[in-house]
Ligand binder design. Structure first.
Ligand code: APR
Length: 389
C-alpha cells in the first residue's frame, strides 16, 4: 500500500483524491459511517486558498453549482448596521459558502471514482513503526475483522480527537497553546432560512452574536458566553431571546426563528498547534495538527490546503524519490495556519470583549468606528479575513 489515510474529513479526502489520481494505492480509514460523514453539519465558509485548491483538482463542481459567493459582511454596533465590502479591498478575492458535509460527499464520490478504497465504520485504529520505511496501521473493520496494512506513508487526518497524533511519542512534538480565554461561543444550528444574505457580526452590550449562513434552509448562530457556560442552561427560548436582543438594529429587520437542528454546544476559543506536523512516516493534516477557533472560519480551508500539500509532497517522494517537498511540508502548512490564527485572533479581539470592562468597551467602539469609516482599516480587515491566499 502506498498511503493509509486516517479520517475521511476534508483534509483526508482531499489528500486521498489527489494521491489516488496520481496512481498511488490509497486506503482511507474512517470511524463514522458514510451516511454520517455526508450529513454531519460542520463549517460552511471557504476562503480563496481552499476554493483555488478545490478548483485546481477538479473538485469544485458542487461548490460552483450550489455555493454562494460572498464579497461582504455586516457589523452591527450600537444598533447600527454597516457593511464591509472586503472583497473590494482585496482585489476581488472572496469567500464561498458551501456546507462542509456536501463537500465531503463530493470528495467521497471523486475518490471512489478515482478507484480509491474507503473503509467506513472502522474501530480500534493503531499505528506502528512510524519511523521505519514501512509503517503499519491495524484496525477492526465494520464487520469485526482485525486487519493490518503496511504502507509507505500514513496521513493522519483524523481531526482533533483522532488517534494519529496520540501515536507520536510524548515530547516529539511541541504543543503551542493559547492561554485560556474567558469566552466561548455557544454554537446553534437552526432549520430556518437565513434572515440575511451576508454574515452578521453583532456587537452589543450583552455580548457578541453572529448570524452565519449555510444554505437557504439552514442558519448558524453564535452567542458569546462565558468559557464556563453550560449548554444545558441555554434552552431554545433563551437562545432566540438573546439573538433578538444582540442583533437588534434601528432598521426594518426581523430575525426569523426555526427549530434547532442539534443541541447547542459550547465552543471554547482556545487554540493549540502541534509542531512539526510530521513524525517519521506519519504526516498530520488539518485539525489533527491544530485547533483554531471558529472565528473567521479558517479550520476547513486550512484542512483542505493541508490535504493537497500533503498529497503532492508524498507523491513527489514516491514517484520521484524527491523528499524535499515532504521536508518542507510542516513549515509551509504552519506558515498558513499561523496567518489564519492571527486573523481569528484579530476578529475575536474585535467582537468579544469583557462586558464589565468599560475601558475595553470604549476601545471596541473605536475599533468598530474605524472599520466603518477608514478604508485602511477595512483593507487590513480584508487581508486578515481572506488569509491565507
Ligand atoms: N479512526 C478513523 N477515523 C477517525 C478517528 C479514528 N480513530 N477519529 C476521528 N476520525 C474521523 C472523524 O470521524 C472525521 O470524519 O476523522 C475525520 C476528521 O475529520 P474533521 O474533524 O472534519 O477534520 P479535518 O478534515 O481536519 O477538517 C477540520 O473542518 O469543520 C471544519 O473548522 C472545522 O477545523 C475543522 C475542519
Amino acid at each position: 500500500m502506498g498511503v493509509v489515510v486516517i479520517g475521511a474529513g476534508v483534509a483526508g479526502l482531499v489528500a486521498a483524491v489527489v494521491l489516488a489520481r496520481r496512481g498511488i494505492d490509497t486506503l482511507v480509514l474512517e470511524a463514522a459511517s458514510r451516511a454520517r460523514v455526508e450529513s454531519r453539519p460542520r463549517a460552511g465558509l471557504l476562503g480563496p486558498a481552499a476554493v483555488d485548491a478545490l478548483e485546481r483538482n477538479g473538485l469544485a463542481d458542487g461548490l460552483r453549482a450550489e455555493g454562494a459567493p460572498h464579497h461582504n459582511c455586516e457589523f452591527r454596533h450600537r444598533r447600527r448596521a454597516f457593511v464591509v465590502e472586503y472583497a473590494r479591498h482585496a482585489g476581488g478575492h472572496h469567500h464561498v459558502v458551501y456546507p462542509q458535509q456536501k463537500l465531503v460527499a463530493d470528495l467521497v464520490a471523486a475518490y471512489l471514482a478515482a478507484g480509491g478504497v474507503i473503509e467506513f465504520g472502522v474501530t480500534d485504529v493503531m499505528l506502528d513503526a512510524l519511523t521505519s520505511d514501512h509503517p503499519a496501521v491495524s484496525f477492526v473493520t465494520a464487520d469485526g475483522q482485525r486487519q493490518t496494512v503496511e504502507s509507505r506513508f500514513i496521513a493522519g487526518c483524523d481531526g482533533h480527537h483522532g488517534v494519529s497524533r496520540g501515536s507520536i511519542p510524548e515530547g516529539a512534538l511541541r504543543h503551542i497553546r493559547q492561554r485560556d480565554s474567558a469566552w466561548a461561543w455557544l454554537a446553534v444550528l437552526a432549520a430556518v432560512t437565513p434572515s440575511t444574505d451576508k454574515i452578521i457580526y453583532g456587537v452589543s452590550p450583552r455580548g457578541f452574536a453572529g448570524h452565519m449562513l449555510r444554505d437557504h434552509r439552514t442558519s448558524r448562530f453564535y452567542l458569546q458566553v462565558e468559557a464556563t457556560a453550560d449548554a444545558a442552561d441555554w434552552p431554545a427560548e433563551r437562545i432566540w431571546e438573546e439573538l433578538h436582543a444582540r442583533l437588534a438594529v434601528d432598521a426594518d429587520w426581523q430575525l426569523a426563528e426555526g427549530p434547532l437542528l442539534e443541541p447547542p454546544n459550547v465552543i471554547t476559543m482556545d487554540s493549540v498547534f502541534y509542531e512539526p506536523m510530521r513524525f517519521g512516516r506519519l504526516i498530520l493534516a488539518g485539525d489533527a495538527a491544530r485547533r483554531v477557533p471558529p472565528a473567521a472560519a479558517k479550520g476547513a480551508g486550512l484542512a483542505i490546503v493541508d490535504g493537497e500539500t500533503l498529497a503532492l509532497a508524498v507523491a513527489a517522494a514516491l514517484h520521484d524519490a524527491d523528499e524535499r517537498p515532504l521536508n518542507a511540508y510542516s513549515e509551509v502548512c504552519l506558515g498558513r495556519a499561523w496567518l489564519a490564527q492571527e486573523a481569528s485572533t484579530k476578529l475575536l479581539q474585535l467582537v468579544n470583549v469583557e462586558l464589565a470592562d468599560p475601558f475595553a468597551r470604549r476601545l471596541q467602539d473605536v475599533r468598530l468606528d474605524r472599520l466603518r469609516t477608514s478604508p485602511v482599516a477595512a483593507a487590513e480587515f480584508a487581508d486578515h479575513y481572506l488569509s491565507p491566499r
